[in-house]
Ligand binder design. Sequence first.
Ligand code: FAD
Length: 461
Amino acid sequence: RMASYDYEVAVIGAGPGGYETAIKAAQLGKKTCIVEEKSFGGTCLNVGCIPTKVLIRTANLVSEIRAASEFAVDGVDPAAVSVDMKKLQQRKNGIVKTLTGGVQALLRGNHVAVEKGRAAFVDAHTLDLGDRTITAENMIVATGSKVFMPPFIAIEGESRVITSDEALELDSLPERMAVIGGGVIGVEFAYLFSKLGVKVTVLELMDQILPMVDPEISAMARKSLEKGGVTFRLGAKVKSIRDNHVHFELGGKEEETAADLVLMAVGRVPNTEGLNAERIGLVFDRKAIQTNERLQTNIPNIYAIGDVNGKVMLAHTASHEGMTALTNLCGGYAEVDYDKIPSCIYITPEIASIGLTEEKAKERAGKIKVGRFPLAANGKSMIEGSTEGMAKVILDETTGEILGVHLFGSHVTEMIGEVSAAMAAELTAEEVIGSIHPHPTVNEAVGEAFMAAWLGRAINN
Ligand code: FAD
């Protein structure tokens, strides 16, 4: 059967979903190729996760240096500390180059054939790459997503409107910036640029920023960002951007805000342009390629993973879905449990959450137990000079099953992995409480919040 195809597995797109899946397929002994038209590492390494966090790292460092005297460090003049945007761009580009180069080396080292070019389906087993065609027994579509520019917001006159792609390339800063959209990307950039000294206003249609986060935590995060100088206009319906002003409607009134630069961050759309997916009969769910819970499309030998299936647009979701697709493709059975995907937001303090919000947990489980532990009662947080935030744990009242954990504080993006492992292993609250959290760590707050939820009392609060 194999003899009739060039490859057993062809992966289309070398983002975090595609490249990790291709490497794993090759490690499983499948003759594998990966097709990429642009740069290795996709959105994540080139214009997403990695470059944003490089810039945020510098913003955080600047804040810490300015706060040196709180840590008994003399000799730092806060007013003298500034950021060289050109050097910062060099640092970012260097890290991106190292990582994307690393991806190519890993593909080579694992004997994945690299097929440079833009793929278009000819049929379920054949891809046109422009100057040649290749065939494969199985296809995994991992073509990711691209920035969404809303057609209903008119852009007129002289205004400078950019997306996250260009926001990562700025080597000089505007005085005033408007961010349209209070989701993860909008909020991370609002945080970044405000820390770098830009006057930032965020316009959000809903009455809450970060709608995917537990409302208690997102309200804390908003207050914290406001304290840091970010202005939020919630319930704002943006109509147009004209001559350096954003015009919006709020509570039935027309308003405007001045901005030298406008960042459009209202979402991303699955990328299937030129793929010819409709023509070979792949079924879509709006702009996304539809799959079942095994990541299989309506054409059995074609799978779709990552941003292109429109489920959860996160890098680690893309690679996890890829591993799941491979298990199914190799004759096993696997599904993704979308209630167990951690989600992190890299403002300071950080946000990390997994599972259901309190409201959703109540709907799903009926009786729940909720516990909180404030970081103000955590020793390591005091040492760190960062006592803002809390750990919140939501449990099933009868079984102690972990339904949701929501963290706001420093280092929490490094801590949510423990909860992810506990949920994957289906540990109960009792078992998490019985495991040992090292002292002194911020992570102790998670153990304490589990006690507060399950036993009704923490120890140190
Ligand atoms: P992508 O990374 O988009 O890769 C798709 C690849 O396919 C691209 O390289 C593209 O060139 C290629 N391609 C497309 N069509 C074709 C074709 N026809 N032929 C050949 N090649 C093709 N996620 C997180 O988990 N954590 C974060 O901190 C985070 N921060 C982000 C910050 C920003 C500003 C943005 C925009 C995104 C962020 N994300 C983050 C989301 C994350 O980047 C995506 O979820 C992730 O990259 C999706 O991976 P993917 O493999 O599905 O697709």
